[in-house]
Design a binder for this molecule. Structure first.
Ligand code: DOR
Ligand code: ZN
Length: 348
């Protein structure tokens, strides 16, 4: 492709997003709905989404927040040690649960009710394998003796390999991969294992968190790693492999919760998400592979139809504001204060 000025892409989907609830849900949903047709919505609310009824009610609130758009939220169940296989199967059959999320207990925001040992959810995983329901994995161990920068790699060795062995036909998504280890691991598995990749893990390495002072808006989990890992994740994203697809992990936290003595993990990237990915694919000389990564691989993995409508991106400056109003506070978006080279224009 020779230096295009305009790109027309099949409309993308976001295979991993946090939309929150209440006033924050109302404030952030439009950013995701503006660019994406569908999104896999994370269930880590307080309390978490553990029942069909809770997911259905949450889906109604999201639909209300996205009223007037064609946005389709795809719901997930939050797995706990006592996850009920019958509830999972009923919710999947009814079209309420698209997938289930495995948070190792205390791995991240609102994960206190997560799974303490995957042996506790064997029955749920057997059911999911049988009905073809994907397991979405926050792949970090929580053992405080393991260095935070090693937690993804150690999860592969201690947990993911046993899941693969015990559930060889289970569809699994290694969410928001951050390491060469994860990229290589996923590439080496069968077609039932895939990975999402966020904008931030393509753009920043761990130095960004400490550049000239502590930068809370670059802090998320899994935390950014060394440069060699960022480069490996980039190679995976632009490789054209159907095992890697777009998942922003957009995770809004009020500015005062980020800029704090104990700042929350999460990067709010929804407002300029497709622009952020386009910058990476442009830098890698791979703009011709952006559409497959953003709009095709995920849908095929989930067994869902591709979107039929298209969007327009144009090579023109997209200045990102320092912050955006949301509920009764402000959110600092990823790339705040920068100017991105590609701009989302709108529907084709
Ligand atoms: O940085 C993160 N924020 N990582 C997660 O896994 C959760 C998310 C959140 O909900 O804020
Ligand atoms: Zn997430």
């Amino acid at each position: 492709m020779t230096d295009p000025k305009r790109l027309i892409l099949r409309r993308p989907d976001d295979w991993h997003v946090h939309l929150r609830d209440g006033a924050m849900l109302d404030a952030v949903t439009a950013y995701t709905a503006r660019q994406f047709r569908r999104a896999i919505v994370m269930p880590n609310l307080t309390p978490p989404i553990t029942t069909v009824a809770a997911a259905q009610a949450y889906r109604d609130r999201i639909r209300a927040a996205a009223a007037g758009t064609a946005f389709t939220p795809l719901m997930t169940l939050y797995l706990t040690d006592d996850a009920d296989p019958a509830e999972i199967e009923a919710g999947h059959a009814a079209g309420i649960f698209t997938a289930a999320k495995l948070y190792p207990a205390n791995a991240t925001t609102n994960s206190a009710h997560g799974v303490t040992d995957v042996r506790n959810i064997r029955a749920a995983l057997e059911t999911m394998q049988r009905i073809g329901m994907p397991l979405l994995i926050h792949g970090e161990v929580t053992d405080p003796d393991v260095d935070i920068f090693d937690r993804e790699k150690v999860f592969i060795d201690r947990v993911f390999t046993t899941l693969l062995r015990d559930f060889p036909a289970l569809k699994m998504v290694f969410e928001h991969i951050t390491t060469r280890d994860a990229a290589e691991f996923v590439a080496a598995t069968g077609p039932n294992v895939a990975a999402t990749i966020t904008p931030q893990h393509l753009h920043i390495n761990r130095n960004a968190i400490f550049a000239g002072g502590l930068r809370p808006h670059f802090y998320c989990l899994p935390v950014a790693k060394r440069e060699e890992h960022r480069l490996a994740v980039r190679r995976a994203a632009v490789s054209g492999s159907p095992k890697f697809f777009l998942g922003t992990d957009s995770a809004p936290h009020a500015v005062e919760r980020k800029e704090s003595g104990c700042g929350c993990a999460g990067i709010f990237n929804a407002p300029y998400a497709i622009e952020s990915y386009a910058a990476v694919f442009d830098e890698e000389g791979a703009l011709d592979r952006l559409e497959a990564f953003a709009s095709e691989h995920g849908a095929r993995f989930y067994g869902l139809p591709l979107n039929e409508d298209r969007i327009v991106l144009e090579r023109s400056p997209a200045p990102v504001p320092d912050s955006l109003p949301a509920a009764d506070t402000r959110l600092v978006p990823f790339h705040a204060g920068e100017t991105l080279a590609w701009r989302y224009v709108g529907p084709a």
